[in-house]
Write a protein that binds this ligand. Structure first.
Ligand code: DGJ
Length: 782
């Protein structure tokens, strides 16, 4: 609910209030963001000022108390005494840079209007309310619209801003962020997520008592270096207690989130497009839209903050046919074959996949042009590699469909190899600086999406690929970072517009194609998670989270994503071992357990896999299908991290839950493990049980001799033969308990193996061991 009277503005969600007011001098003073408060109490929320501190700049002589440097503000520019991170910077025609935005008027309405140039969140008139506050620059007459979107149900308030050149001169914006807000204290903890290829979303905490912390990207994408999602919290916040604020940006290019502490120990958060190498020229009456920044607040720790963000992303970011539809279990050809495949080898893989219950077959890189390695072919989407695929794309799709599988394929539309037919025709379409050496990345260059002709071409060529009869899925990859930012299409004075114009070109491309092909399931990818953000999630509902398929690495990667993104947005595959990225060997069941907490897929050569692994895969898929809806769309709980990692997903109606526990390293003589449950209906009764599995005898090494009637040489022929027929029984977990007991007391599991004996009361739990448990609501009378 928005309560506004032209002086005080109160934005209420179900559990939170965001408040600001117009000061006598016309700037907007931020008053409060936290748990719900009373809108009548606005006057009590302002800081009380009589005289400004020494060595500060007064806003004007009529206000001896007022230095903007020490006011909590809703927006700020350069030149009026606020030396902290500004939201806006501009160079005017006379060379001056001083702007002074003063409140003018406001409007509110139910619902939310679409942006003209980029995607944003969306909702019905019941879901979201809009507040637009108009500010006018006293120096030059520019207009600034600050927009606030209130999503009451998921406790999210998002913000955007629009700069309109209402002056009669042209102006060059050199910074145009989306939001700015100030807390009244310092020493807050910033949690941000950093990484690199195959190692995305590593959680990092920084306590900021002075100075500045910046979470930003300059790769041209939202980047695996620093994901755009970050949190600011109390230093002692936990999963279930303390104040936590979550921030994200609906944007897929260079982002910039700055957190700065002022001399008076107030913490500022400023967020938007990265101002580095950015400028934008606006002629009179032209306008610039800043992307939408998302904020949520939880008074009950990280868990609730994540649940708010998940709900917001699921309901108000992802859209289209696949928004709520259960995602198919796929097999991807990449780690199974890389570039080395033929139609018949792929069909063979697809047959094996069909047998175990897989639903979608994805042909990854290598099907077009001369693409037999990663040095050539990108751009030649209209040339199917007939040596590999003699029946062409359509024939291939038919062969897969005839097996009863959906067919999907890989594209990387934004890229071009110099060694390609497209480059021969259109060298001017690549981003590089004429006459200068170009830095290389994966032997490829980026197409200039600032040029509308290139975007139109890609719409046409991709439309023809996407029209392949029988195609149900596309993996949209993007594998290089920007280096020499330059568009041959733009004049010299607009070269700092390249990174943002590229993103806008990409959005036009994605919007047109997703509108034209609403049935297609499109999965994003950028060398794994190099473009995992809310901007692209407006177009495709899921993203390949990482090129790393190792189950242990995935614990951290998926745990990281879970803070800001629901599990329906990140995909996870079971692959072969030793793992291709780490050479680590983990149990097949552990690989499945971790992958089923994202959107599950497989990426291995099933025809080469051991028969017992193939049998496991078949059982896994059958099980996953039973719990798929809960696993993909239920509420996600992080319950333990560290040596033992535990996650649980509870269906929205609380009727069932799936819990995953994985151990990174055995703790000797540590028999007891209590696992936690959360989110269950406290008044209901549940059946909690585990999968009844059997384990390979060889996992016990030469301990087999403690029970074998004859001596067995470890790894000898006899050992292998016995292991084929004798399986070690797994433990049983089976209890009935109330939701209250499970939520609060958890479950004491069967004791773990500690070297003193083994039978079916003992949990075989070696390094990287994992389990899945199921909790089902039962009739209270049972
Ligand atoms: C990078 C992706 O992340 C991989 O999954 C695979 O599709 C390769 N590109 C193909 O070149």
């Amino acid at each position: 609910m928005i309560k506004a009277d032209g002086k005080y503005f109160f934005l209420n969600t179900k559990n939170t209030t965001y408040a600001f007011k117009v000061m006598e001098t016309g700037q907007l003073e931020h008053l409060y963001y936290g748990s719900l408060i009373d809108a009548e109490d606005g006057e009590n929320l302002s800081e009380k000022r009589a005289f400004a501190p020494g060595n500060t700049v007064l806003y004007d002589n009529a206000h001896p108390e007022m230095t903007l440097e020490d006011v909590r503000l809703e927006t700020s520019a350069v030149g009026k005494g606020d030396f902290r991170e500004p939201m806006i910077e501009a160079i005017c025609t006379d060379g001056s840079t001083s702007l002074d935005f003063i409140y003018d008027s406001y409007e509110t309405f139910s619902g939310k209007k679409e942006f003209n140039t980029m995607p944003g969140s969306y909702g019905s008139k019941r879901d979201v309310e809009t507040l637009n506050v108009k500010m006018v620059d006293a120096n030059n007459g520019f207009t600034l619209i600050l927009s606030y979107y209130v999503y009451a149900d998921c406790d999210v308030i998002s913000r955007s801003a629009k700069f309109i050149n209402t002056s009669s001169e042209k102006v060059k914006l050199t910074r145009m962020l989306s939001m700015l807000m100030d807390f009244d204290h310092a020493g807050m903890k910033i949690t941000s997520f950093h990484g690199k290829w195959t190692s995305e979303m590593n959680k990092s905490d920084t306590i900021l008592s002075a100075g500045k912390f910046v979470n930003s990207s300059f790769t041209g994408t939202s980047s695996n270096r620093s994901n755009p999602f970050f949190m600011v919290s109390d230093t002692d916040a936990t999963e279930i207690s303390g104040s936590v604020y979550g921030y994200n940006l609906i944007y897929s290019g260079n982002h910039y989130g700055a957190v700065e502490v002022s001399p008076w120990e107030k913490t500022r958060v400023a967020y938007g497009i990265n101002p580095r190498n950015f400028s934008w020229i606006l002629e009179p009456s032209e306008e610039f839209e800043a992307p939408e920044a998302v904020m949520t607040y939880s008074a009950a720790g990280y868990r609730q903050m994540s649940l708010n963000m998940h709900e917001f992303v699921r309901e108000h970011i992802t859209r289209g046919n696949w928004k709520k539809k259960e995602r198919p279990i796929l097999i991807n050809s990449w780690e199974a074959a890389y570039f080395d495949f033929t139609e018949s080898s792929l069909v063979k893989l697809a047959k094996a996949a069909k047998k175990v219950g897989i639903e979608l077959f994805v042909m990854d890189d290598g099907w077009f042009g001369e693409r037999n390695d990663d040095k050539r072919g990108l751009g030649d989407w209209d040339i199917v590699n007939k040596k590999k695929l003699p029946s062409g794309l359509e024939g291939m799709a038919k062969k897969i469909n005839d097996l009863g599988l959906m067919f999907g394929l890989w594209v990387e539309p934004e890229m071009i190899n110099v060694d390609s037919e497209l480059y021969k025709k259109h060298p001017e379409w690549a981003i590089d600086i004429p006459g200068k050496n170009h830095a290389e990345g994966r032997n490829q260059r980026i197409l200039d999406l600032c040029n509308p002709e290139v975007v139109d071409y890609l719409i046409d060529v991709m439309s023809s690929v996407f029209s392949t009869p029988g195609l149900s899925y596309v993996k949209w990859d993007m594998n290089r970072n920007f280096s020499d930012y330059y568009s041959k299409y733009l004049p010299a004075e607009k070269q700092q517009e390249v990174s943002h114009r590229y993103v806008l070109g990409l959005y036009r491309l994605l919007k047109t194609l997703t509108e034209r092909f609403p049935e297609l399931l499109i999965e994003g990818c950028a060398s794994g998670g190099n473009r995992f953000d809310l901007g692209v999630l407006c177009y495709y509902p899921q993203i390949w989270a990482s090129d790393n398929t190792d189950a242990v690495s995935r614990l951290d990667i998926q745990n990281g994503y879970s803070y800001g993104y629901p599990q329906s947005t990140y995909t996870a595959h079971v692959s072969s071992c030793p793992n291709h990225q780490t050479l680590r060997i983990t149990p097949m069941e552990s690989r499945f357990a971790v992958a089923s907490f994202g959107v599950l897929g497989y990426e291995l050569n099933l025809n080469d896999a051991k028969s017992e692994d193939v049998a496991s895969v078949e059982a896994q898929i059958e099980l996953y299908k039973q719990y798929r809806k809960t696993l993909q769309f239920g509420d996600f709980y992080r319950l333990k991290s560290g040596i033992i990692c535990e996650w649980s997903i509870v269906s929205r109606d609380k009727s069932q839950a799936v819990t995953m526990v994985m151990q990174r390293e055995v703790q000797p003589n540590n028999p007891y493990l209590r696992i936690e449950q959360a989110g269950l209906d406290e008044n209901a009764k549940y059946h909690f049980y585990g999968r009844k599995l059997e384990y390979n005898l060889k996992g016990f090494g030469d301990l087999v001799n403690t029970v074998a009637p004859i001596h067995i040489k470890q790894d000898g022929i006899l050992h292998n033969v016995v292991a084929k027929f004798v399986k070690m029984p797994g433990e049983t977990e089976d209890i009935k308990a109330s939701g209250a007991t499970l939520n609060n007391a958890g479950v004491k599991l069967a004791q773990s193996f500690i070297g003193t004996g083994y039978d079916d009361r003992v949990r075989y739990f070696p390094d990287f061991g994992a389990r899945l448990y199921f909790t089902e609501k039962i009739d209270i009378t049972e």
